[in-house]
Write a protein that binds this ligand. Structure first.
Ligand code: SAM
Ligand code: SF4
Length: 475
């Protein structure tokens, strides 16, 4: 039963958002909740108890659309049950699968009320109002809005409600991509590259910090392509390096990170920021995809393996303790054993702290999907070989931290009572014993154990909390 205020505002509507994929989607889901809050929606813990369900989808992984359709099948039963008990559930599909599938979703799943893309979710309140204005079960067809509108979505979003943000917050600064890598759907689903103005980003960062965030990760599909309008009516645009300098002036913001970067968009100002801004963490996720120039050209990556190696060297020269991460695709059309060996050689030469690796899988509408494909067994064997090497490097990196004292931002309780989980400057998950009141603190931790995916540490006794400057000076 819903609670209704005297002014007619319904305070009791519940919203469940299931988020797939990347941090960008996590950010978007939070903004969708902000948008729908004025309509009386607050977050529900499960779809079964919700008056509105949004699937915020991702198109990057294989069979992404099929997974969404089977989830929609499960939700049909919930929606029917709700209707049978006299209630109503609004069902919406957003994100990149919605953008790619469009009207096909309404055809295959006619119980869906709204299909909207990543660039139109600022229109959600009007879409929801339109659906609710039609009698339940009476609307002949669901609403479809997968435009790439002229207006910038960010200009129409309410201020992010940072009522209880995580101590490590995320902030979207850039969206979309004009690179058109052969394998990737992002330019088609997220649209053209767009950067938010500097003033908007700084204002949102200030709000996040005022609400308790101590670390902010700047997000973008190509975050280092950032070129936001200068603040205070200033001329021109700022790049990511300059933006990071401005954010570093926010008192209380101890750590800044950014992801994901493209090698082709790295500039000197960004490299220098790693030398000059102590709050900027010494960790870089810089996807290379392949170590073979032939495959990189086929992928339309616009950089060679040596270009990439030189970039890594420049970052490491600016910040000697810099740790690196990457994305790899094995089995792209045309990749042979020599190409794959070049990828292994690149990994051997760089030495990653962590990395993501995938078997190439065709995405309809992308150029690589039209080329002759490699057999699955070949792709699987190459992936296994690459992952063995990457995991060994990750274990070695973690092992090398044993005995170091690292500043750790304690973010959340662990699975076991008395356990806290935080992050090192190098994005390692750090497990420590400690009481819950330490959550949100940035404390020195001695690393005493190392596994593949995390390290274990003990809080250093009698050491005061580390400030932003000291936080960057890791052992
Ligand atoms: N813009 C970033 C970049 O250029 O690296 C991130 C793109 S995507 C969201 C994340 C990763 O998914 C890519 O770096 C790539 O390794 C992987 N990926 C994208 N499309 C893929 C495909 N068709 N098959 C396998 N992996 C894919
Ligand atoms: Fe996709 Fe390439 Fe753009 Fe990254 S740079 S989002 S991989 S097209």
């Amino acid at each position: 039963m819903s609670m209704v205020e005297k002014d007619g505002t319904d305070l009791g509507k519940r919203l469940y958002i299931k988020t797939y994929g990347c941090q960008m989607n996590v950010y978007d889901s939070a903004r969708m909740a902000d948008l729908l809050a004025p309509l009386g929606y607050h977050i529900a813990a499960a779809a079964g108890e919700a008056d509105m369900v949004i699937l915020n989808t991702c198109h990057i992984r294989e069979k992404a659309a099929e997974k969404v359709y089977s989830e929609l099948g499960r939700l049909r039963a919930l929606k029917r049950a709700r209707a049978a008990s006299g209630g109503r559930m609004v069902l919406a599909v957003g994100g990149c699968v919605a953008q790619a599938e469009g009207a096909e979703i309404l055809r295959r799943a006619p119980h869906v009320d709204i299909v909207f893309g990543p660039q139109t979710y600022h229109r959600l309140p009007a879409m929801v109002a339109g659906i609710l204005a039609a009698p339940a079960g009476g609307a002949a067809r669901g609403l479809l809005d997968t435009d790439f509108p002229e207006e910038a979505k960010f200009d129409f979003l309410p201020e992010a409600a940072a009522a209880s943000p995580s101590v490590a917050a995320i902030l979207s600064v850039q969206e979309g991509c004009d690179k058109f890598c052969s394998f990737c759907v992002v330019p088609y689903t997220r649209g053209a590259e767009y950067s938010r103005p500097v003033a908007d980003v700084v204002a949102e960062a200030r709000r996040l910090v005022a609400a308790g965030a101590r670390e902010i990760t700047l997000l973008g599909q190509n975050v280092n392509a950032y070129h936001g309008a200068a603040p205070n009516g200033g001329a021109g645009e700022w790049g990511l390096g300059r933006l990071i300098h401005a954010l570093a002036e926010i008192a209380g913001l101890a750590r800044i990170r950014y992801t994901t970067s493209h090698p082709g968009d790295v500039d000197e100002a960004l490299i220098a920021a790693h030398r000059d801004v102590p709050q900027l963490m010494p960790f870089l996720h810089l996807p290379v995809q392949s170590g073979s120039d032939r495959v990189l050209a086929a992928m339309n990556r616009k950089h060679t393996a040596d270009d990439y190696r030189r970039l890594v060297e420049r970052f490491a020269a600016a910040r000697p303790d810099m740790a690196f991460s990457s994305d790899f695709i094995v089995g792209h059309p045309g990749e042979d054993e020599v190409d794959f060996a070049a990828t292994l050689a690149l990994v051997e030469g760089i030495g990653y702290a962590q990395a993501f690796s995938f078997m190439y899988s065709p995405r309809p509408g992308t150029p690589a999907a039209q080329a002759p494909q490699l057999p699955d067994e070949v792709k699987a064997a190459r992936l296994a070989t690459l992952q063995e090497l990457l995991w060994a490097q990750q274990r070695r990196f973690n092992e090398a931290c044993r005995g170091d004292v690292l500043p750790v931002l304690l973010e959340r309780p662990g699975r076991h009572p008395g356990q806290l989980i935080g992050r090192s400057p190098y994005l390692q998950s750090v497990h420590v014993e400690g009481s819950g009141h330490l959550l949100g603190a940035l404390l020195p931790v001695r690393i005493v154990g190392a596994g593949q995916n995390s390290v274990a540490g003990v809080l250093e006794a009698d050491v005061p909390e580390i400030g932003p400057a000291a936080a960057a000076v890791s052992a």
